[in-house]
Design a protein around this ligand. Structure first.
Ligand SMILES: C[S@@+](CC[C@H](N)C(=O)[O-])C[C@H]1O[C@@H](n2cnc3c(N)ncnc32)[C@H](O)[C@@H]1O
Length: 239
């Protein structure tokens, strides 16, 4: 059994998630890994409208994991009119997991994701810690530049040099209790360096400490009602 197969869990929409052995935490909502990516991360960040109305969008994908958020984003862009030029930076510390996903035929075990292996295999290693892919939109030729960087997200963000801010942040580490560094004041202060007025951060944790730390860094937090056991998700807008 490989690293993936022995811990795959089927979620309620039929898509596969993983159980992290040491943390004993699922990578996605039990309601559906694909459902969560499409309805919560993409839906609450208003990505579909952004792809209609904005010429350029920069996305930060925190915790690439099995790639649901990143690959759903690329799929949505490919299905649209192709009016937007996109750059997306995915951060992940677990290179071994990525290599296991690359080696697997369809780790997501879901019919709707049939073009995902192709998208993933478009990534080419620039060096052992960085993979990149460039997609051209079939209707307009506009580009989607994707970078997947391996290492500790906090360190990577501290040393990140970007001329542009991120418009959208998918804040998807493990829970604040089990993955505290990526919910710390230091983390949010670093995130805030790469945002501008109107940038959106979406996450599943509505914990009061998380909202307070975001507010301290200039984000206005909303608890957005959502279906499923969590009842509400977090959308934070940079003021
Ligand atoms: C909840 S899962 C993310 C699921 C993912 N967004 C998806 O769409 O499939 C959390 C991910 O964060 C990664 N992670 C945790 N701490 C990290 C850190 N300090 N730096 C980078 N990645 C980290 C974990 O390895 C894991 O893959």
């Amino acid at each position: 059994m490989n690293r993936l197969q022995d811990r795959l869990v089927t979620t309620l929409d039929g898509s596969a998630s993983l159980m992290h052995r040491e943390l004993q935490e699922l990578y996605h909502s039990q309601e559906g890994a694909l459902w969560q990516a499409q309805n919560l991360y993409l839906g609450l960040s208003k990505l579909e409208q952004a792809f209609l109305n904005q010429d350029n969008i920069a996305i930060l994908d925190v915790g690439f994991g099995m790639g649901y958020n990143a690959l759903s984003t690329i799929s949505l862009w490919l299905q649209g009119d192709g009016n937007t030029q996109v750059s997306m930076l995915s951060l992940e510390k677990d290179l071994e997991l990525f290599l296991a996903i690359l080696a697997s035929e369809n780790p997501w075990q879901c019919l709707m994701t049939k073009n995902w292996p192709k998208l993933l295999h478009a990534l080419k290693a620039k060096n052992p810690q960085e993979y990149t892919a460039l997609f051209h939109h079939p209707k307009t030729g506009k580009t989607f530049a994707w970078t997947l960087r391996f290492g500790d997200a906090l360190l990577m963000l501290k040393t990140h040099i970007a001329s542009d801010s991120f418009d959208i942040i998918f804040q998807d580490p493990f829970s604040p209790k089990k993955n505290p560094a990526l919910w710390s004041k230091d983390w949010f202060a670093n995130l805030a360096r790469f945002t501008k007025r109107g940038s959106l951060l979406v996450s599943y944790s509505v914990a009061s400490q998380v909202r307070a730390d975001l507010a301290a860094n200039g984000f206005i937090c909303e608890k957005v009602p959502c279906p499923g056991p969590k009842k509400s998700w977090l959308r934070a807008t940079k003021s």
